[in-house]
Design a protein around this ligand. Structure first.
Ligand SMILES: Cc1cc2nc3c(=O)[nH]c(=O)nc-3n(C[C@H](O)[C@H](O)[C@H](O)COP(=O)(O)OP(=O)(O)OC[C@H]3O[C@@H](n4cnc5c(N)ncnc54)[C@H](O)[C@@H]3O)c2cc1C
Length: 460
């Protein structure tokens, strides 16, 4: 454990990801004595593992207006989300972006994923690290410069309330006891999602969702959610939120996604079953219905090279790859290892290459690399590669019900005094869907707001 557990602070922030650090920095700049608790030996939540793409509008890199981003959000959320939270996101995004730049979190460009009419996803400027690692590091630096105390290996377990029901502290887990830490101003829950809590997934998820492979931070156990539930908190979009996102390699537990660089996806029968340029969530949902839930990603040397230079390529690494000098050899390797129908797979790739030559994919409508941008690539430059993946997840969308001031709302519709939340522990903003880059975006934007609101300051 880094440092002794103190008796109290003004503000306790549970979790040291993008949401927690953003909240802590804002509260400290408003004069609060802030303590950040992190359950893991080092801050290593999903933020640090992520590609760090964050959606903003009205910035120097993407001047597109808030109303257009709102429309894209509504479309991606299948027309159903917490409207007040979605409006708050687009309203607060421009100033949150400027604040990040002031804090030393700078952005190098933008990227257009599926469901985006403009490239809203801002890519963190980084040299050696991938986006999420760079983001975490820069936020942690800004927090430490402000003297914010970050205690690692200290897991918050319970919220302490006074007689009126106001949250006034937390119990933490520690060998030999569960000390109390008082929070005179309030507590911000920023403990991330529950992708690694099989009990919660079993309670809320649809049949089959228990087989989704998490590639998230080790602390994604739903602690903040459970702590608030024990104090009467309500939830939002829990069932809709338990969903797969991108494909992952079950042998290594690593995410692998070469589709947006041009890979073709086949099922075990050797057939394509989706538009590879579509949203990775939709592809993974379709993958859950395939034999053995297997998703074979097939690509060539040129696609592999192009992928390595992308942020996704720099972020998702360490998966097992099969390699062969010819497509026939590759498909037979995959057949022997994982049961792929090699003959059908060869036919599918030949047909796909014909569609790329013709410029039209009549089977699944893959006419772009990703969303509405880029041109599909043929699988034609040896050596050839394949990865055997299954639907995995980088996040869930549902969580604690909050209002636009980031106050946690109880089951009777009232704010729980002294309790705020931000980031993946919350639900409602995403409703029934997801626009890429809005989980890191939400953690940053709503984290800042939670840090201001816990101190009674409101929006900037
Ligand atoms: C591989 C990968 C790629 C991704 N890429 C993107 C992307 O490019 N764009 C995007 O928008 N989203 C992306 N996501 C999702 C996104 O990273 C997360 O949803 C987001 O970062 C969550 O931020 P957070 O601060 O809420 O949680 P986290 O970053 O997970 O931080 C929560 C922290 O709280 C700690 N904690 C948990 N319980 C306790 C407790 N009881 N006491 C104390 N500490 C606790 C955890 O250990 C963790 O450090 C990706 C996720 C992954 C895994």
């Amino acid at each position: 454990m880094s440092g002794e557990v103190p008796a109290s602070a003004d503000v306790i922030v549970v979790g040291c990801g993008a949401a927690g650090l953003s909240a802590a920095i804002e509260a400290a700049d408003l004069g609060a004595d802030v303590l950040v608790l992190e359950s893991q030996p080092a801050p290593a939540g999903s933020t640090r593992l992520s590609a760090g793409y964050a959606v903003f509008c009205e910035t120097d890199l993407q001047p597109g207006p808030a109303n257009e981003l709102y429309e894209d959000l509504l479309h991606a959320h299948h027309g159903d989300h917490d409207e007040a939270l979605a409006l708050k996101y687009v309203e607060a995004a421009p100033s949150a972006y400027r604040r990040l730049v002031d804090l030393g979190v700078t952005f190098a460009g933008t990227f257009q994923f599926a469901h985006m009419r403009r490239p809203w996803a801002h890519e963190i400027e980084s040299v050696d690290l991938h986006g999420g690692a760079e983001l975490g590091l820069r936020l942690e630096r800004a927090a430490r410069e402000r003297g914010i105390r970050i205690l690692t290996s200290v897991r918050a377990r319970r919220l302490i309330c006074d007689e009126s029901g106001r949250v006034v502290g937390v119990n933490v887990e520690r060998t030999g006891g569960a000390p109390e830490i008082g929070a005179s101003t309030g507590v911000v829950l920023a403990s991330g999602g529950f992708t690694r809590n099989t009990r919660l997934i079993g309670n809320y998820g649809a049949p089959g969702t228990e087989s989704i492979l998490p590639i998230t931070g080790a602390g994604s156990l739903g602690d903040g959610l459970v702590m608030a539930l024990a104090r009467g908190a309500d939830t939002a979009y829990m069932a809709a939120g338990v969903a797969p996102t991108g494909p992952a390699d079950p042998r290594t537990g690593k995410g692998a996604m070469l589709i947006y660089s041009g890979a073709v996806i086949l099922n075990r029968s050797g057939r394509r079953f989706c538009d590879e340029s579509g949203l990775y969530n939709d592809i993974s949902w379709a993958g859950l219905k395939q034999p053995g839930t297997q998703i074979f990603q097939i690509y060539d040397a040129a696609i592999r090279q192009a992928h390595r230079d992308t942020m996704l390529g720099r972020t998702l690494k360490g998966y097992d790859e099969f390699q062969a000098g010819s497509l026939t050899e590759l498909m037979h390797l995959l057949e022997a290892d994982s049961g792929l129908d090699a003959d059908a797979a060869l036919e599918s790739i030949e047909r796909y290459n014909g569609h790329v030559d013709a410029g039209v994919d009549p089977d699944f409508g893959r006419n772009h690399l990703v969303g509405h941008s880029g041109t599909p690539r043929k699988i034609a430059a040896p050596p050839y590669y394949g990865i055997v993946t299954v639907p995995g997840t980088t996040h869930f969308n549902g969580g604690l019900k909050i209002d636009p001031e980031m106050r946690v709302i109880d089951v009777f519709g009232h704010p729980i005094a002294g309790l705020f939340a931000a980031g993946e522990v919350t639900g409602g903003f995403h409703g029934r869907g997801y626009l890429s880059g809005t989980h890191v975006g939400m953690a940053l934007i709503f984290g800042q707001l939670a840090g201001r609101n816990v101190c009674g300051a409101g929006s900037p």
